[in-house]
Design a binder for this molecule. Structure first.
Ligand SMILES: [Zn+2]
Length: 300
């Protein structure tokens, strides 16, 4: 296929309108953070450089969108274009420069302070009572807290520059970002993250195992207001990392966060990332990419 270069004036126009905010990050989670990314061809035809066919996407979404096997191929052209015009609208209204308040709390998942204040979060009786009543469900759904887990940009750079020493123990810490994209308070009750190393040919199990002994777990009750975030820590040692560094194994980072909304309902947001090292025909830069089956990425 003829991969013609996008004319510079069209490219500039796209970049200015989106201010380097990712169309899919904004569409899926209201994320208006600046992203490293690329311009995608919405109809998947790289020779179609009409501005209407172009949208800026972060590296994760760009690579997922381009891969024919991913769930992202299911986005319709209409949906993508509607998402893009919403994004352009938000940027035109300067929504992307509004200050967000972050609590910036860090919990150490390794070490003596890993577990704090364990509380039950079983509100199922409460939730059942609400759902059988006359409560306006739609309003609750619109106004509830919604947590999503992403990785900060420096995570990819940090791991790409992690050179394991053969003799001295060192731990690479990754700080996943748990952010409340909803409109009301969330009460976070549990965070779990696990590095999983799979040797060549091994597939990620279809059903995620959240009971494995090597999960790094934070059980803590934390209030998380809208737009606020917490960054629990997950660590991997250089000795564990060696086969990944030598490209003999694949590294996955997956887990979940449990939380309650202001109506007392319990929710769970799962996340799953794979660490990619460039090689073969894959030109994407080294780093973490959202990946894994739906069960690993389900959010309730
Ligand atoms: Zn994105």
């Amino acid at each position: 296929m003829d991969r013609r270069r996008t004319p510079p004036d069209i490219e500039t126009s796209v970049l200015l309108k989106c201010a380097r905010r990712c169309t899919l990050c904004f569409h899926l989670s209201g994320d208006l953070a600046e992203k490293l990314g690329q311009i995608s061809h919405l109809d998947q035809d790289p020779s179609n450089c009409e501005e209407d066919n172009l949208a800026f996407m972060c590296l994760n979404h760009h690579s997922l969108f381009d891969s024919k096997t991913s769930q992202h191929k299911n986005y319709t052209l209409h949906e993508l274009k509607a998402a893009r015009s919403k994004l352009y609208g938000a940027v035109a209204e300067n929504k992307h420069t509004e200050k967000i308040t972050a609590t910036g709390v860090t919990y150490n998942l390794i070490g003596p302070n890993a577990r704090v204040n364990i509380n039950s979060h079983d509100h199922s009786a409460n939730a059942a009572a609400i759902s059988t009543g006359t409560t306006p469900d739609i309003l609750m759904s619109e106004n509830r807290a919604r947590l999503l887990v992403t990785l900060p940009h420096d995570a990819s750079e940090k791991i790409a520059s992690f050179v394991p020493s053969p003799t001295t123990l060192a731990t690479l810490y990754i700080l996943p970002v748990v952010r409340n994209y909803g409109k009301t308070m969330a009460v976070v009750t549990l965070f779990k993250a696990r590095f999983l190393i799979l040797s060549e040919g091994q597939q990620l199990p279809t059903d995620p195992d959240y009971e494995a002994a090597d999960f790094q777990t934070v059980q803590v009750v934390t209030q998380l207001p809208p737009d606020a975030l917490v960054q629990p820590k997950a660590g991997i040692s250089n000795f564990d990392f060696v086969p990944v560094y030598e490209q003999k194994s694949t590294l996955w980072l997956y887990g979940l966060v449990d939380y309650r909304d202001i109506y007392g309902f319990s929710h769970q947001s799962r996340f799953c990332f794979v660490y990619h090292i460039p090689g073969g025909f894959n030109p994407n830069p080294a780093g973490f990419y959202s990946s894994g089956p739906e069960a690993y990425n389900r959010c309730t």
